[in-house]
Every structure is written in C-alpha cells, then in structure tokens.
Design a protein around this ligand. Structure first.
Ligand code: FEO
Length: 424
C-alpha cells in the first residue's frame, strides 16, 4: 500500500525498523500497541479478546502529526513505535480526538521525549487533558468544527463529535488519503495483530465485539451517534481508523459498520405507539415482595391494557438481559425487600447498569416488603431522584406478609402508576 516514493522518503526508518512499521495508506503510519490480555475495560466492560490502543502518525512534507497516544501502561512500547517511525525527527503535532486515559495515558511520556509537541484538541478536551496530565505548560491549540491543519500535501480536518462518547470527542479526516480517524466511534475491543478487518481470522467474533462496544460505549448516546454518522455522509472514506480494534476498510466492514451503527442507533419502532413498555424488576427473600410485584402488574395491566409489562426476578435472569430491559423500557417498577437497612445487592447491581443519560425524566416507581425499618424503598427512590428520573410520588411498602387488603392496595398502586403515565 505504501508507494515507492514513500519508502524512499522514509528510507532510514524502513531500514532500521521495517518489521515494526505498518501503514494504513501512504504517509499514514500505525503506532498502535496491543493489549491481548485485558479482560475487563474501565472496571465494568468485559473484553474477552483483549484490546488495542490505536495510534497513528501522519507525515506531510513539512509537518508530522500523531493521532492520540496509548494507555500509560504501554507508554514505553508506544514511544518505541513512534521513534521507529520518526527515525530521529520529532513530531510537530499530537491530535487528541478524545482524552480518556486509555488514549491520553502516554501524553506526559511523549512530552518528556518531545517537549515542543503542539497538542491539537477540542475545547472540552483541553480542559480534560490539563486535569489528566496535571501540567500547566501544555502547548494546546484548540480547534473547532471545520478547522483544518496543513501538514504539507496532507490536511487534517477536524469534526466535532460530542458525546461519542465524551463531550471532548472529535473526528479527524484526512481527505488526501481518504482516512477517517474516528476515535472510539466504530471501534471494538478486539486485539488483532493483522490490523485490517479483511485480515481478521475470527470475523464473526470481531463483528460481535463491534456490537458489544456499541452497546457499552455508544448505546447511551444514540441521538449523537446518528448526528455523527450524518457528518460522515458526504465523505468518500477508504479507511476508518478507530482507537480500538482493527481498521475498517471499504468493501469489507466499513460500509457494514456504518449501516449497523445507524440501525442500532435508530429509535425503536413500536407496533402500538401509545402502549408503553413497562419493565418490573424485583427480588424476594420470602415471597412477599414477589406477591406485591404480581399484584402491581395486575393493576398496571388493568389500567393500561395495551401496555407491555415484563416482570423479571433479579436472581433468575441473566444480568445482560436485565440491563438491556432496564435501559429500553419506557417506565420502570422496582421492588426490593430491606436487609441491613438497605435494598439488596442484586438490586444495586441492576442499577449499576443504568444508562445515566436516558434515565432522565423516565417514570420510575418503587415498592417492597420489609420487616423492621424498610429503608430499601426510600434509598432506591433517592438514587433515582439523583439520576433525575421521574420518581412516582407514591412509594409502596408492606410490613412482612401482605394481607389481602395489602395485595389489593398493591394493585391500586399499579393502577395509579399506570394512570400517571398517560400522555407520557
Ligand atoms: Fe477508548 Fe473513551 O476511550
């Protein structure tokens, strides 16, 4: 893919480190590092195929620009790759499309080697990077949408892509080589030494990881995903270089990935638009909260016969399914007994998977049986208040075993909650 001219111009680098240097396109080098052994990312996301911290170096006739760095743990490996490509020269720019520490972790190490590097960054990114590096001497050039940077024969164009998935995110487009540096967008935690999608041996596993990555990282920001895709509509892209996983190429996974991202980000179409989907989650030590759940479900369906009410016992359902239902439902009912003056751990585990963006203003109602003091319901209500959900003013609690009157009251609670959803 590299031309003879490029080989000659980079001849010194080629002779010294040919086995270590890869290219996306002429003058676009790969300085990524692999982390095949990572099994959990950011504490919460499983990564059974490891990951890569992708970085690239674009070399114009007058200037060179790095695109992102690596996780701090791999700073030494990453710098060796950068040095191999640069072959004694220094980079002029570091473009930070996004500043989460898996991409900014080696910025300080870079500056120790190349103190004059100018960092090209979004306004939000500049704030983040100052706090991540704790340095006041960063040479920052803040760019905005449609700004560009001339490298001599090659131009980097910056496209703001906020909330994909941080406020600081931007894309960088290199039109002369038809390369898009898309940051986390369209990436995957998939450690693949062969670099390109068409060389991936386990293609199905790779594309499954693209979906997992979308669900975990981009899922809360679906409207922004659609805006990001719209920004790419008019670009004739040959290569999408994400910050994790294999490079997407035209004719292989590039078009598929763009299309699937749009499908995944589109609002769900309902067969019956006026019928809310209500998810009820509960756990129950002695069957009392379970009885309440049953009667509340009855009450909801009496008041809203068209509603789809799905009930989940938290100890009998796979966590991934629970999280998906939690975030997809139009309204939530959550029931927990009280143990140790709190809701049960399995309920808090469920809430740990909440999409904190889209829970805002979503109707939520809390209920539960208790024995002594009954803190589970108010504690859960407070959590949802903090998340800015629309917490139903009635909180339904029953001491120990519900009587027939309690069960009827639970159905009434369900009817009232359903009635509160009218017009939602
Ligand atoms: Fe790969 Fe948002 O960092």
């Amino acid at each position: 893919m590299i031309t003879k001219r490029d080989h000659n111009r980079k001849g010194q680098a080629m002779k010294k480190s040919t086995p270590q240097i890869s290219f996306v396109a002429p003058d676009v080098f790969v300085t990524s590092v692999l982390n095949p052994s990572m099994r959990v990312f950011d504490v919460v996301m499983g990564t059974k195929y490891g990951t890569s911290y992708n970085s690239y170096l674009v070399s114009g006739t007058t200037k060179t620009a790095l695109i992102e760095t690596s996780h701090a743990t791999f700073a030494t490996d990453w710098l060796e790759k950068v040095e191999a490509v640069l072959a004694g020269s220094a980079p002029d720019y570091l473009v930070m499309n996004h500043n989460e520490p898996d991409h900014s972790g080696a910025v300080v190490a870079l500056l120790e080697h190349y103190p004059d590097v100018e960092i090209v960054i979004s306004a939000a990114g500049a704030i983040n990077l100052r706090h991540i590096t704790n340095r006041t001497d960063l040479k920052l050039t803040v760019v905005k949408d449609t700004d560009s940077l001339d490298l001599g024969g090659l131009t980097l164009h910056f496209m703001m892509a906020p909330l994909l998935h941080w406020p600081d995110t931007m894309f960088t487009w290199l039109p002369e080589r038809k390369v898009l540096f898309s940051c986390d967008f369209l990436g995957a935690h998939f450690c693949e030494p062969r670099l390109f999608d068409h060389a991936v041996v386990y293609r199905r596993a790779f594309t499954a990881e693209i979906k997992n990555y979308f669900d975990s990282i981009m899922g809360p920001f679906k409207p922004f995903v659609l805006k990001g895709l719209d920004k790419l509509n008019d670009l004739d892209i040959d290569f999408i270089c994400p910050s994790h996983g294999p490079i997407l190429t035209k004719g292989c996974e590039l078009e598929n990935s763009l299309q699937r991202y749009r499908e995944w980000a589109m609002p769900a179409q309902k067969d019956t638009p006026d019928a809310p989907h209500i998810a009820l989650f509960y756990c129950s030590a002695y069957g009392n909260t379970a009885k309440l759940a049953q009667q509340i479900t009855r009450g909801v369906t009496e008041a809203l016969p068209a509603a789809q009410v799905d009930s989940y016992n938290l100890v009998e359902t796979e966590p991934d399914i629970l999280t998906a239902k939690l975030n997809d439902a139009d309204a939530l009912l959550i029931g927990s007994p009280t143990i140790n003056r709190d809701a049960l751990p399995v309920v808090w585990e469920l809430l740990a998977g909440i999409d904190a963006i889209n829970i805002i203003k979503r109707p939520v109602a809390l209920f539960g049986s208790y024995g002594w003091s009954g803190e589970a319901v108010p504690h859960l209500a407070q959590r949802f208040e903090d998340l800015k959900a629309r917490v139903f003013e009635q909180k339904f609690k029953v001491r120990f075993v519900p009587t027939d009157a309690d069960l009827e009251a639970a159905a009434g609670f369900g009817r009232d909650f359903a009635a509160s959803l009218s017009g939602h």
